[in-house]
Design a binder for this molecule. Structure first.
Ligand code: CA
Length: 633
């Protein structure tokens, strides 16, 4: 067993194996509530014996600031810290490279990862890559916390809830929730909001809630989602069980990763090598482009290595299929392209999804010639790195921060050109976007108002709002790019009009499964759109030049129409050509069609028309709706 760490020290570094409940001599700011590490140091014959339970051992200095400790003893489940001399003092810290940790991530844990593998883990396979990506954003606790989900009491809010199959509404045996629900909905990817160990929730208190955008241990799963927070091996095993179950049920798993900032500057990285891993401005103050108090210095070589190693570790050890980079605009282009390359080498070109938010909260003190991965620099990013497209989002539903400013669906004028660009994922010749693979097409995410709450600001009548919601959904689901939506968008999810619920109670944030069946009409409309999307290679095509599939577009005030070359590259569709009309006016809009038989695929009433094969000679889009027609030859 070998432990290695990159530590800059002025003197000898020691590794310590603390006794159970041994307090830190220094209490880490912001973590005072759990200065005592409640650990179960399982002492067996072949490990540290009782008298050795607290041991301090000098580490070996190797080249380039690496310190190591090697032993023949089997230390799985034993907790450890480092002590490093710094400025005349001894600094105590957890291992920045830790693979396991105790409650609240304070103490690191030696872990034999093979022992954390669930049964059949070696046979776990990611579902086959498909041309369409329909990503569903979920938070572990929100998913199963509400009683209506019908999950077992002990697994509610936990990783384990994802291993429960055939759950139903209050256990009624009829209305699917959980995995079956997701299958019926038809999404292809589940994106998990932060699941690495984060700092804002006391893991020993089940009542606490946070989205988790505040990393502590980058390479360890969050403990509050484990059924046992005190045994560091449990969170690892249960995380793997979750991934295994999602894979088995046909879903690829994307992790939301926050390498741009940490919970606090009292992080193990900053203690190990002060001010190396974080940006500072020329005047010595801390760079704060994340609005979270610190920015990780991704452009520095060891920091870049650290991030790349971390991403590869999750892909390898936990079988993660994709990564969504929070505030990617704070990371640098070289790093992102390197991550892309390293994943491609191991798993095949584009096999693992990589995308992120191409913005930052504020200016960041990025160093030297490093280029931040902002929207304006998309041309420098690999074709297989995607960006959330705020232009499409705001063109469809309206301003993301200004409640009263509407979008195309709810009455804004002059957005027709933007909508046409959205359809082509902003990737026509002469634009920076190389291909639809670089675009995440969406209208809702965990940030800002839910789609329903945003629409509520401009449309007071509920029936009208449902109609407009359907229209918004049908619009982005007939645009090119990778599709993405916040869980519950399909059943009018509300957070009572609150924009930012990162630390609001779970009662507000949880998925309300009863609501899913109160808004069956809307939810069914989403199901039909998703099922149809999978038959539309012309819109799912993510290659360069895919924009040319959109042709003969036209626009009048409040109306956008276009045809789609729907012939397949990967698979064939029944319909070789599509005609799509977005009508946001209060009048019916007609369009003469070229000769041949046209069938209604989607109209204002139903997104399952494509099952009926009803023929039409003229396209008639009802007021405030989307019409999709298909032609077989
Ligand atoms: Ca934690």
């Amino acid at each position: 067993m070998e432990l290695l760490s990159h530590i800059l020290a002025q003197g000898e570094v020691q590794i310590t194996f603390p006794q159970q409940n041994e307090p830190f001599t220094q209490i880490v700011e912001g973590q005072c509530y759990q200065a005592l590490c409640k650990i179960k140091a399982i002492i067996e014959d072949d490990r540290l014996n009782d008298s050795e339970c607290f041991q301090k051992i000098a580490m070996q200095k190797e080249k380039r600031g690496v310190w190591s400790y090697q032993t023949e003893r089997y230390l799985h489940g034993v907790y450890y810290d480092y002590q490093i001399p710094w400025d005349g003092e001894i600094v105590e810290l957890g291992d920045p490279y830790a693979r396991g940790c105790g409650v609240n991530g304070i103490r690191s844990m030696v872990v034999d990862l093979n022992r954390t593998n669930p049964l059949q883990w070696e046979h776990d396979q990611r579902p086959k890559k498909r041309e369409e990506n329909i990503i569903y954003e979920l938070h572990i606790k929100e998913f199963s916390w509400d009683e209506s989900g019908g999950f077992s009491k002990e697994n509610r809010g936990k990783y384990k809830a994802f291993t429960e199959e055939h759950t139903t509404l209050f256990g009624d045996g009829e209305h699917s929730t959980g995995l079956d629900y997701l299958k019926e909905l038809g999404v292809t990817h589940v994106q998990l909001m932060p699941v690495y160990d984060y700092g804002s929730v006391d893991e020993s208190n089940d009542e606490e809630f946070n989205w988790g955008y505040d990393p502590e241990n980058y390479n360890v799963p969050e403990g509050s989602y484990a059924t046992d927070t005190e045994d560091g091996a449990v969170r690892i095993r249960e995380f793997k069980e979750m991934v295994q179950s999602l894979h088995k049920n046909g879903f690829r798993v994307i992790m939301d990763v926050v390498y741009n900032h940490m919970y606090s500057l009292e992080s193990n990285l900053n203690k190990a090598v002060p001010w190396y891993y974080f940006r500072t401005k020329d005047d010595g103050t801390i760079s704060n482009g994340s609005a979270c108090g610190n920015d990780v210095a991704s452009e520095r070589p060891m920091c870049a290595n650290y991030i790349v190693d971390s991403v590869l570790y999750w892909a390898e050890e936990y079988h993660i299929d994709g990564f969504r980079f929070d505030l990617m605009g704070l990371l640098d282009v070289d790093l992102m392209n390197r991550i892309r390359r390293e994943l491609d080498v191991r798993y095949g070109r584009g096999e693992i999804l990589v995308f992120g938010e191409p913005w930052a909260a504020d200016e960041t003190a990025i160093e030297g010639t490093a280029v931040p991965a902002l929207k304006k620099h998309i041309a420098q990013l690999d074709c297989e790195i995607g960006m959330f497209c705020d232009d499409t989002r705001d063109a469809i539903k309206g301003h993301v921060f200004e409640a009263e400013i509407p979008g195309f669906v709810n009455g804004a004028n002059g957005l027709e050109e933007k909508i046409l660009n959205s359809v082509r994922a902003w990737s026509t010749d002469g634009r920076n976007v190389k291909a639809p693979s670089q675009v995440i097409t969406y209208v809702s995410a965990h940030d800002n108002w839910t789609l329903w709450d945003k629409l509520e600001k401009t449309i007071s009548d509920e029936e009208e709002r449902i109609r407009i919601n359907k229209m918004a959904a049908a619009m982005y689901m007939t645009c090119q790019g990778n599709l993405f939506f916040l869980s519950g968008e399909e059943f009018a999810r509300t957070k009572d009009g609150l924009e930012n619920t990162y630390n609001a109670p779970i009662e507000l944030n949880r998925l309300d499964w009863e609501r899913a069946y109160r808004y069956t009409d809307l939810r069914t409309y989403y199901q039909g759109l998703i099922a149809l999307r999978k038959q539309l290679p012309g819109l799912c095509d993510k290659s360069e030049g895919a924009w040319k599939r959109i042709f003969e577009e036209w626009k009048t005030e409040g109306v956008v129409g276009f045809f789609v070359d729907n012939t397949g590259k990967v698979y064939e569709s029944k319909w070789k050509t599509l005609c799509v009309i977005y009508n946001s006016t209060r009048e019916t809009v007609s369009k003469e069609l070229k000769e041949g038989d046209w069938e209604i695929l989607v109209d204002s009433e139903s997104s399952f028309r494509w099952k009926e094969g009803k023929k039409v000679g003229c396209a008639k889009a009802a007021p405030k709706s989307v019409l999709v027609l298909g032609q077989r030859s």
